[in-house]
Unconditional design. Structure first.
Length: 202
């Protein structure tokens, strides 16, 4: 085997490990969140989030808090907001899930554009320089898979978007690839709905 072939095999092997590790993290995270949400709803009803009713009972406030959370790197897990939508009928629930997905996609896009604009600023480089270098190295090694993984897994999607924007990644590629964000929300939304239905009849 030539040197180039060995290098190519090493890259492919590391890419496979990168994808496998992050998919396992996604599955583990989904399982933990779904079980936790389901058990809390089953044994505490809505009481476990009653203290947030002033926020979650107001749609404008709910979506405002969620939008800020997604812009600032997902401070509150999206699954929390999805679980609060379970009290609606399925059609309304689906609308909420895809609205949350659209906001998350938009938050990532905003961070991507901010990264492009702020890249040359000294303070920005001081704060985010190490993340930019990390994701630049990952993009160079594994290409678009880094963005797919960020859109689909608990990897900090908005932070990856900010870093990718700062490295002058092609905008068209970015906006197309991170459409996987909608698939992520569809999967999580389906799993949360189904697990809630199972626990409700248990």
């Amino acid at each position: 085997m030539s040197l180039n072939q060995r290098q190519k095999a090493n890259v492919q092997g590391s890419l496979s490990r990168f994808i496998r590790q992050n998919l396992l993290k996604m599955l583990a995270y989904a399982l933990v969140m779904i079980v936790l949400i389901g058990l809390l709803r089953k044994y505490l009803g809505e009481e476990y989030t009653n203290w947030l009713n002033p926020v979650t009972e107001d749609p404008v406030l709910t979506y405002s808090v969620y939008s800020l959370s997604e812009i600032f790197f997902g401070i509150i897990p999206p699954e929390f907001f999805i679980s609060r939508a379970l009290k609606n009928e399925l059609r309304i629930y689906i609308i909420h899930v895809f609205a949350f997905a659209g906001i998350s996609y938009g938050a990532g896009a905003l961070n991507f554009l901010l990264g492009k604009y702020l890249n040359q600023k000294a303070l920005f480089q001081y704060i985010f320089g190490k993340y930019i270098r990390q994701y630049k190295n990952n993009i160079e090694r594994w290409g678009n898979w880094v963005l797919i993984i960020a859109a689909m897994t608990p990897v900090p999607y908005s932070l990856v978007s900010l870093s990718v924007g700062a490295m002058a990644y092609p905008s068209r590629n970015y906006f197309l690839i991170v459409l996987f964000r909608f698939l992520r929300f569809a999967i999580y939304g389906f799993l949360i709905w189904e697990s809630n239905a199972l626990l409700s009849h248990a």
